[in-house]
Design a protein around this ligand. Structure first.
Ligand SMILES: Cc1cc2nc3c(=O)[nH]c(=O)nc-3n(C[C@H](O)[C@H](O)[C@H](O)COP(=O)(O)O)c2cc1C
Length: 369
């Protein structure tokens, strides 16, 4: 499973894995793919340093990357406290009432909300980059738009490829104009922030729109058959996020959440603004239902919504309040039915890929080609 891009990065399989967990990122790279650590939750530079040190120590010299979230619409010169002050009291009341309805306890004294959103503010993302550029990362990805020109230039000076996620061909063309090297075409099925176009339509559209830039297909990929389909659509590799959540190396801190993921079907997710203020696919829960209910106050724009719910999300996770407990995840969750090691996932992907390619070759042969 080699493409021009995988050869350029020196990896065996053109399988890129986004993950918030250092152990998963290192395992993906060790298995012959390309692990990309999601940095959004690192609001303290020392925490990011600690985890990049850990990856360095466990990646056996294989290449890896980092993903930051610099939204295209920026909140300039504004602190977290300024943003907090913009949240209407009625919304705070709605959060309080909803938590009270389910009897969700407060966090213990001194325990800060683990789930913070300030990584979505450009100034925080920049502190992450200051740390990351001291490490031999080979790729820097950005989630919500093209990164600023100075960041692209800084990456290129260090021979770091820059990738950006795109939910439409229009976004992808903007990325190309911004000097991005790799476009991740992320379809509607994907976990996390998504657009409205399904991967089957999006991938070839983006491939054609940015040709000859390499495109990675993301969204709904969980088997070798789907990897083969993505390459057939013109992608130079695949970018997976959901599948790693139920690997044994993932650290969800919640057996109840793992159980929910393993039990969920492909129809059990929803694209909701409840978590961040922008549409993000996640498990459908009574929490997302409450926010999506027209009788409720409605969600706030990013980054207000994320700040508003940060404490609530941490409390729900801390106490594993089942009806409210969720996570970003894509429709492929329906095929995530057992906990497996990252290596076992890779073995399955590569075997399935070979079988799919053989099948297509056989079918093409039968039709007389
Ligand atoms: C739990 C979770 C968190 C995510 N957070 C981010 C993020 O911080 N930055 C980003 O670029 N993409 C994020 N994504 C999207 C992934 O990078 C990837 O594009 C997506 O998961 C691919 O689709 P799939 O979920 O069907 O594999 C996240 C996905 C999941 C499942």
């Amino acid at each position: 499973m080699q493409t021009e891009l995988s050869k350029k990065l020196g990896i065996e399989y053109a399988v890129f894995g986004f993950t918030p967990f250092p152990a998963v990122a290192a395992a993906i790279s060790r298995a012959g793919g390309f692990g990309v650590l999601g940095a959004v939750r690192y609001t303290a530079p020392d925490d990011l340093k600690r985890d990049l040190d850990w990856i360095e120590a466990h990646v056996e010299g294989r290449p890896y990357g980092l993903d930051v979230v610099m939204p295209a619409t920026k909140v300039e010169g504004v602190t977290e406290a300024d943003v907090e002050a913009m949240i209407p009291p009625g919304h705070r009341e709605f959060v309080r009432d909803t938590l009270a309805k389910y009897g969700v306890p407060e966090l213990p004294e001194g325990e800060a909300a683990g789930w913070r959103i300030t990584g979505w503010m450009e100034q925080v993302a920049r502190t992450q980059l200051d740390v990351a550029f001291d490490y031999p990362i080979r790729l820097l990805a950005n989630a919500l738009g093209s990164p600023p020109a100075d960041v692209v230039a800084r990456a290129h000076e260090r021979d770091v490829l820059v990738a950006a996620l795109a939910g439409s061909a229009r976004h992808a063309v903007k990325h190309r104009a911004a000097g991005i090297d790799v476009v991740v075409a992320q379809g509607y099925e994907a976990g996390g922030h998504t657009g409205e176009i399904a991967s089957m339509v999006l991938t070839p559209e983006v491939v054609d729109a940015v040709d000859p830039l390499p495109v990675l297909a993301a969204g709904g990929i969980g088997s070798g058959r789907q990897v083969a389909a993505a390459l057939a659509l013109g992608a130079q590799g695949v970018w997976l996020g959901s599948l790693w959540l139920t690997t044994t190396e993932a650290d969800l801190h919640s057996p109840a959440l793992t159980r929910k993921l393993l039990a969920a079907g492909s129809g059990d997710t929803v694209r909701s603004r409840a978590l961040t203020g922008k549409p993000a696919r996640q498990l459908r829960t009574e929490w997302t239902d409450a926010w999506d209910d027209p009788a409720g106050p409605g969600t706030l724009p990013m980054p207000l919504q994320g700040l508003l719910v940060a404490d609530a999300v941490s409390r729900v996770q801390r106490y594993e309040v089942d009806p409210l407990l969720g996570t970003p995840v894509g429709q492929i969750v329906g095929r995530m039915t057992e906990e497996r090691s990252v290596q076992a996932v890779f073995d399955d992907l590569t075997r399935g890929f070979e079988q799919a390619v053989d099948r297509v070759v056989r079918v093409a042969g039968r039709s007389g080609r």
